[in-house]
Design a protein around this ligand. Structure first.
Ligand code: ZN
Length: 84
């Protein structure tokens, strides 16, 4: 099987789980078996935030306020070559 590379999802905590100011859009690496087995119970965003899937919603793309630490960590994956 091929390497899926850096597949990521945009995830945001649901309304009521946290205050509106913390409902930012996190970038979450998607584990390879996700599609085969369904969602894991817990995900870890690039910024280190632990997200309980039941308390979160999957977004089709960036929506609302992005999580800046997540964005900063995800950007180099798309723009810089590996190595060094
Ligand atoms: Zn984040």
């Amino acid at each position: 099987m091929g390497n899926p590379g850096e597949l990521v999802a945009m995830v945001r905590l649901r309304r009521g789980v946290v205050g509106e100011s913390r409902r930012v859009c996190h970038v979450v690496p998607v584990p390879d078996p996700w599609q085969a087995r369904g969602l894991p119970e817990r995900l870890t965003a690039l910024c280190g935030e632990h997200i309980v899937v039941e308390q979160a919603e999957l977004l089709p793309g960036l929506a609302g306020m992005p999580c800046e630490p997540c964005l900063l960590r995800s950007a180099p994956r798309q723009t810089l070559p590996k190595g060094a």
